[in-house]
Design a protein around this ligand. Sequence first.
Ligand SMILES: Cc1cc2nc3c(=O)[nH]c(=O)nc-3n(C[C@H](O)[C@H](O)[C@H](O)COP(=O)(O)OP(=O)(O)OC[C@H]3O[C@@H](n4cnc5c(N)ncnc54)[C@H](O)[C@@H]3O)c2cc1C
Length: 458
Amino acid sequence: MAPTLLNQDNHPGLARIPPWVLAKCSPKAIETIKKVYDWVENECIPAEPIVKAQVAAKKWRTPPYIKELRKRAKAQGLFNLFLPRTFKESPGLTNLEYACCAEIMGRCYWAPMTMNCHAPETGNIELLAKFCNEAQKKKWLQPLLDGETSSAYSMTEPDVASSDATNINCRITRDGDTLVINGRKLYGNAAWNEDLGFYILMGCSDPENPNPWARHTTVIVPKDTPGLKMVRNLTIMNMDWAPEGHGEYVYENVRIPAENIILGEGRAFEIAQGRLGPGRIHHCMRLLGQSERAYELALIRAIDERKKPRGKRIADFDSNIERIADMRMELDAMRLVTMNAADTMDQFGNKAGRYAIAQSKIMVPLAAAKIIDECMQMFGGQGLTQHTPLPELWTYARFVRVADGPDAAHRHQVGRDQIKTAKGFKERHERYQNRFEELGPKWGVEPEYIRGDPVHLL
Ligand SMILES: Cc1cc2nc3c(=O)[nH]c(=O)nc-3n(C[C@H](O)[C@H](O)[C@H](O)COP(=O)(O)OP(=O)(O)OC[C@H]3O[C@@H](n4cnc5c(N)ncnc54)[C@H](O)[C@@H]3O)c2cc1C
């Protein structure tokens, strides 16, 4: 790509950023994006085999290489970049500026971890920064921001439809200044990783409340609380996702102090609504980074002179030329969709960004999984083996269709909101009709008649 006014030194980290986005990035953000790019290119992607070997050697320990990078990233000001500048703890980027960083980080699955920008930590930190009191922030938020411990989010349950959180059934009962928790939970990072410090749990504290949105409470549960047991690690698409993993948990008379309630009893829905906007966009931007990497691998394979079915390179078949064009255009379109959501949150707040966030959450994981699937196909058999990272890239795209809320639920919400707009359109089209009835006779045009009646569409 040629240098532009906004990318004068032609830095590759800025090459894919649309001009309208670059124009909105501060000089400090531009420098940060370049630093993130250099970090991922030099310290992360080339070191993937090192991390793989370290995980194989000791599964549930954060690899020493990642720990080392976390220290260095923190010293270089590359920590917690995701936290929007509306928070006093923020390093100062907007959602849109961070979206540019998140795409670059997504090129390597664990790169976000080196910068304390990984899920679910990002959503959890934002939740604690938004809803905790000062004492809670000191105790729970600060160690996360400092990268001294890690946290998990625990909402989903095995026995209810958890995408509708009013169903959450894990019981929280009061016993004086103590809360007693009983229930079962799925997901949330594995307790087997020694860095995990606590769970942010959503449970039902007031099941008889006539308002279903006021029955639930969010609390902090330290990992080593007696009665809390991780039964097993849940594999996702047959992978264990070590070293963070996904646990299956039983809570049996788990007792925590009432001071661990976040925001207040019965206020879990206020928290849940505030939590997921930016996190969903981060997932989408990381998926774009992954998909770009898959696309690059497909391009490299397409021009491989050694492998020529019917004497032609893969790139010389018309169907592949078109496939490559479609992938390129889809990637660029998905980036616009996601960056629009990030910008909408910056301009008007997370609530106003609801549609744009849902649009990204529905469209991007589907498109990413399809693109990575095509890349695997172009690569041939090796594309499905450990010779390429493509299977892992595809699996992440596939699981984001469900994680943080299934796309079907978001689609349902978008569709319902759209149907509410129908009445406004009806009135608008009635205005066209009425205006025609004024204009038509002046110009000698009568309304058409069907069987003697004027045609009224409305
Ligand atoms: C890799 C991964 C990581 C996860 N991490 C976490 C975590 O850290 N913490 C946590 O609490 N949870 C986590 N989850 C759980 C995830 O958020 C839930 O699985 C998701 O919200 C769906 O809930 P459910 O599984 O109970 O499915 P259900 O709510 O039972 O839904 C099942 C299916 O029904 C359909 N459906 C649901 N609603 C609608 C609708 N309105 N219209 C049409 N169809 C609909 C969808 O196809 C949906 O997939 C994770 C899941 C995965 C796969």
